[in-house]
Write a protein that binds this ligand. Structure first.
Ligand code: HEC
Length: 303
């Protein structure tokens, strides 16, 4: 078999160091991203850990309450003691009136508990020194706004596609994975990335799609891990893993003559691909001989 590329293990040390440095940095970045998800979306329902409810509350919103109440029960829970949070929520339930704001002493609570973070200087956070900013958060919680979704969507698509560009490029020099599996592992993150972003918008419209957010996120994670681990192992631990270790058994399985699931999938896909051209020709033929004349007649009759 002639090879058209240099195997990962055969690259020069400087290139390996470059690849490894990149993979490690991106890997740590991925971990931080997961931690961030835990702390923002994960707290949306007030309980630690990510659940379908969290996703629904984040994108669709919790339509049975206001943003202020959700936050006071969620990620802002630790910023004020129980009775003070209760007082704020009571005031919200009573219509968030501007007179009662002073009379009930809500202004004092906000000033002492919240304004140290929620002030003019804090960009991105609502400024609670202004009553209007607080009042705006006392209407129904409809989740992420379309404006914020647009922003996060394009940032994610540009940013994450770059990460997978380089991780995929490095992984494409791997030799232990067959071409079919490589194509799947390299292509999958892009499919899931688009599905992920799409699912945020769908969840904004209907909470049913929250499961798609989780599925797409997991798909991206799995393909990232697979490419990451394979690349690192091949570069630095080829002999202990793939020749002397567990990996050798995997290679035996890979090279056995039994058709693997991927092989069968691949041949179905190829067979399907071969049908596209005749199918298109057939469709065109049908349209020209049957479809178009009918439409033409119909248009003629109308004019
Ligand atoms: C230690 C700093 C800090 C304190 C104190 C704090 N917050 Fe926050 N608040 C944040 C951060 C950071 C965010 C954005 C992340 C999030 O939504 O969890 C936020 C977000 C919010 C939001 C959501 C804003 C939006 O536009 O979605 C509300 C509502 C809120 N806080 C209310 C409060 C209230 C009420 C208090 C006082 C009891 C308070 N916060 C105290 C840091 C703080």
């Amino acid at each position: 078999m002639t090879t058209k590329y240099t195997y990962l293990k055969d690259h020069d040390a400087p290139i390996k160091v470059l690849f490894t440095g990149y993979l490690c940095t991106v890997g740590i970045g991925y971990l931080f991203a997961l931690i961030q998800i835990l702390f923002t979306h994960g707290m949306a329902d007030g309980k630690f850990g990510l659940s379908v409810d969290d996703i629904v509350y984040s994108y669709y919103g919790n339509r049975s309450g206001t943003v202020l109440e959700q936050k006071l029960n969620g990620s802002m829970k630790d910023n004020a003691p129980e009775q003070e949070r209760f007082k704020i929520m009571e005031w919200v339930r009573d219509g968030a009136d501007s007179d009662e704001y002073k009379d009930d002493g809500i202004d004092k609570i906000i000033e002492s508990r919240c304004v140290m973070c929620h002030n003019k200087e804090a960009s991105g956070l609502p400024d609670f020194t202004k009553f209007e900013a607080l009042k705006a958060l006392t209407s129904e919680d409809t989740g992420a706004t379309f404006a914020s979704l647009t922003r996060v969507s394009h940032v994610h698509m540009f940013g994450i596609s770059f990460i997978f560009m380089f991780v995929g490029l490095i992984f494409s020099f791997a030799e232990t994975t067959t071409t079919q599996y490589k194509c799947i592992a390299i292509g999958m993150p892009y499919v899931f990335l688009v599905a992920d972003i799409l699912s945020w918008w769908l969840t904004k419209i209907h909470p049913m799609f929250a499961w798609l957010v989780i599925l797409a996120g997991m798909g991206m994670g799995v393909s990232f891990m697979f490419m990451w681990v394979t690349s690192i192992l091949e570069m630095w631990l080829f002999k202990p893993v793939f020749i002397d270790g567990l990996g050798s058994r995997y290679l035996q399985m890979r090279d056995s003559t039994d058709a693997s699931i991927a092989d069968r999938f691949w041949s179905y896909a190829q067979a399907l691909g071969r049908q596209i051209k005749p199918a298109a020709a057939f469709a065109k033929e049908q349209w020209l001989t049957r479809g178009w004349p009918v439409v033409k007649d119909w248009l003629k009759k109308r004019s």
